[in-house]
Design a protein around this ligand. Structure first.
Ligand code: ZN
Length: 298
């Protein structure tokens, strides 16, 4: 199944995109794609319900905004430097084991929402990534085969960064990864039964129509199941948690002779085979403040 969430930010309802592209509202069978939904066998119930009711279920209007395909998770774990070419362009050594960092869960956004440059930020960068969504609580998962059982599915993610906050301010990468709108995920969560092996998917990203990243998940140093097992050695993974598996070469940080970071008005488009496409327009922090004032005054 392809899970979607639709409606205004914060008020999204759950839906499913059918084989023919039609989107149905599944709120009669579940209230949202939350930790409790995945933990309580929600996916099986939903599959059964969609099988019986897909023809009569209410349709979602095609122009309805899509939210992220999961409700806000307990954590977004990101993997750094998981592609050889990206480690090289970043001037960093190849990791001997996965590099882990966090992204705040308030960064979560819909796949086609504008990305907002943070206040005092000027080095906003893109990263197309395969996001793994956890389906069952787990810790200390010992093998990759076992780890596969804990996956709910996969989604497209743009792991936005503010490179000055990430690399030029004291401390860890999390400062540069956590601004609002810095984690657009979706359009869909594609369930694991539809995609048993996520390790040979084309992935790409364009800025203003020009390719910046073009690779495949086959080039990941550590595969999706290995990452679930690895991360679970350090923390309990809960249903709905996201592990974003790292980006290939082609980010602004790696551009020669110098990086060309995003500016307000730029358009970022990205996709992963089988996981759909997304599109974000870059807007300034000031423009959102002005828009907020206009709304407040009206
Ligand atoms: Zn990343």
């Amino acid at each position: 199944m392809k899970l979607i969430r639709f409606g205004a930010p914060g008020l999204e309802r759950p839906g499913v995109e059918l084989e023919d592209g039609a989107r149905i509202d599944v709120s009669p069978v579940c209230s949202d794609y939350t930790e409790a939904f995945f933990a309580g066998g929600g996916l099986d119930r939903l599959r059964d319900w969609v099988g019986r009711n897909s023809r009569s279920a209410p349709r979602v209007a095609p122009d309805t905004r899509l939210g992220p395909p999961i409700a806000r998770p307990s954590k977004i774990v990101c993997i750094g430097l998981n592609f050889r070419d990206h480690a090289a362009e970043s001037g960093m050594p190849l990791p001997t084991e996965p590099v882990i960092f966090f992204k705040s869960t308030t960064a979560l956004a819909g796949p086609n929402d504008p990305v907002v440059m943070p206040k005092n930020g000027s080095k906003v960068d893109w990263e197309v990534e395969l996001a793994i969504v956890v389906g069952r609580r787990c810790s200390y998962v010992s093998s990759e085969d076992e780890a596969a059982e804990y996956v709910a599915g996969y989604a497209l993610h743009n792991d936005y960064s503010e490179r000055a906050f990430q690399l030029e301010r004291a401390g860890q990468w999390v400062k540069g990864k956590s601004a609002d709108t810095f984690a657009p995920i979706g359009p869909w969560l594609v369930t694991r039964d539809e995609l048993p092996d996520p390790h040979a998917l084309e992935m790409w990203l364009k800025v203003n129509g020009e390719y910046r990243q073009k690779s495949t998940t086959a080039n990941m140093i550590f595969g999706a199941h290995a990452l679930v097992s690895y991360v679970s050695q350090f923390m309990t993974l809960l249903p709905g948690d996201v592990i974003s598996s790292g980006t290939p070469a082609g980010v602004a940080l790696g551009m020669k002779p110098e990086p060309k970071y995003l500016q307000a008005g730029d358009v970022v488009e990205l996709g992963i085979e089988r996981l759909g496409e997304s599109r974000q327009v870059v807007v300034s922090h000031e423009s959102t403040v002005r828009a907020g004032r206009a709304i407040a005054a009206s």
